[in-house]
Design a protein around this ligand. Structure first.
Ligand code: C2E
Ligand code: MG
Ligand code: MG
Ligand code: MG
Length: 280
């Protein structure tokens, strides 16, 4: 039984909750060895220009090929890795692997996409990120513009001034900085103006409501919000990528609004790197 706020109380044993806890524990304790054994891999999802359909970039999305549980998506383990701190080492592996791939695609084609990598807050706050990126760019002889780093809006807002300084040093290297899942947190555009960001990735929840022009009023409201956001972003010299674009109708509305780029099942699901080779 648990003691809380000075009073003793009984907690009912909840077998489902217990099972979840056991699974979480098993996963998080298995992760370090899994990283050593090379059980993590990256899929890449196309980021496509809405003007001409060109492949601009690909986003690296981590997966865990668990020997017993099959392929696990990041929602199953990134949170755990953040809690244990393993995210710093896992994140380093992701960065290195993505840079290696970026080099491979440059060697393969003049139309090679930039590679976009998600960063966890703890990676940004950690001491080594700027040096790490600098040496990866050098090791793979990568033009810095071929690497984009994504950081979520909420991570940025919680960020102390040091994180902003680190982002600035990264931007000074010539690396692209994007704000991920924009619109799900609390940041405002005037704050963004002070950050060295070049791209906003608008969360899929904003895109969901977009339908054909004659559709119901709710989707018109969503469309107006999005249109306002795009024009403000452009005023601040930011490009806008829409996430979670699943239908041709959504892509059409986004194009009409002036959104620059899109990502989502309509343009391509996350895929293994060899499939990107084939696209090039
Ligand atoms: P995110 O960065 O916003 O990535 C986009 C997520 O949306 C991906 O989920 C992708 O598969 C999914 N998605 C793509 N197109 C569509 C669509 O048309 N409709 C819908 N409903 N979803 C779509 P995924 O791969 O499960 O990744 C989830 C999140 O995990 C990512 O969200 C990112 O925040 C995090 N993540 C992934 N890889 C890494 C990593 O290497 N490091 C860190 N720190 N976080 C990562
Ligand atoms: Mg997923
Ligand atoms: Mg992302
Ligand atoms: Mg996102």
């Amino acid at each position: 039984w648990a003691k809380s706020s000075g009073k003793s109380r009984w907690e009912l044993f909840d077998p489902e909750r217990n099972e979840r806890e056991v699974t979480r524990y098993a996963l998080s304790s298995a992760m370090p060895a899994a990283l050593e054994r090379g059980e993590f891999c990256l899929d890449y999802q196309p980021l496509v220009s809405l003007c001409d359909g060109r492949l601009l970039g690909v986003e690296a999305l981590v997966r865990w090929r668990h020997p017993k549980l099959g392929v696990l998506g990041p929602d199953k383990f990134i949170g755990l890795a953040e809690e244990t701190g393993l995210i710093v080492r896992l994140g380093s592996w992701v960065l290195a692997e993505a840079c290696r791939q970026a080099r491979h695609w440059i060697d393969l084609s003049p139309k090679a996409p930039f590679v976009s990598v998600n960063l966890a807050v703890r990676q940004v706050r950690g001491p080594g990120l700027v040096n790490e990126v600098t040496s990866l760019l050098r090791e793979h002889d990568l033009p810095p513009g071929r690497l984009q780093l994504e950081i979520t809006e909420s991570a940025m807002m919680n960020g102390a001034d040091e994180s902003v300084d680190i982002l600035r040093s990264l931007a000074d290297l010539g690396v692209r900085i994007a704000i991920d899942d924009f619109g799900t947190g609390y940041s405002n555009l005037s704050y963004l103006r002070t950050l060295p960001v070049c791209e906003l990735k608008v969360a899929g929840s904003f895109v969901e409501g977009l339908r054909a022009p004659a559709a119901e009023p709710a989707s018109l409201t969503d469309e107006r919000i999005l249109a306002t956001l795009v024009s403000l972003a452009h005023t601040l010299n930011l490009t806008v990528t829409a996430e979670g674009v699943e239908t041709a109708a959504q892509a059409d509305r986004l194009r009409a609004i002036g959104c620059d780029a899109a990502q989502g099942w309509h343009f391509g699901s996350p895929m293994p790197p060899t499939h990107v080779d084939a696209l090039l």
